[in-house]
Ligand binder design. Sequence first.
Ligand code: NI
Length: 140
Amino acid sequence: MEESITRIGVSLPKNLLKEFDSIISSRGYSSRSEAIRDAIRMYINEFKWLEKESGEVIGVVTVIYDHNYRGVTDTIISLQHDYNDVITTTMHIHLDGENCLEMINVKGDMAKIKKMVGRLTALKGVISVKFITAFKEDRF
Ligand code: NI
């Protein structure tokens, strides 16, 4: 099925476009339009989950934390046990002397995953939490 195409005009600061062009050429895009389409798809995927309150979702939650912070490692582990029905796998990477990266693969109810993300974000000792969804459309 062929999608209908709409042309749009966009005003951009010169430097922003320069940086964009340099990245897309190093990534091998043959046209700017193709790269902009991909960028818009990425943007939609990145932010769509914020509006989605329920339903099935698949993705990965990344957590960077300071494992020297008292109790944080145990708290992160026990918190994941509370959400074992939406967690498929977890990978732990020791980044350096202090920092750890926990990659939590999730699949299941958005409301529940959002609750987990909120709890992780609120923990002391946690430096950053990101939730990347992998769905392209509403179905996967
Ligand atoms: Ni570690």
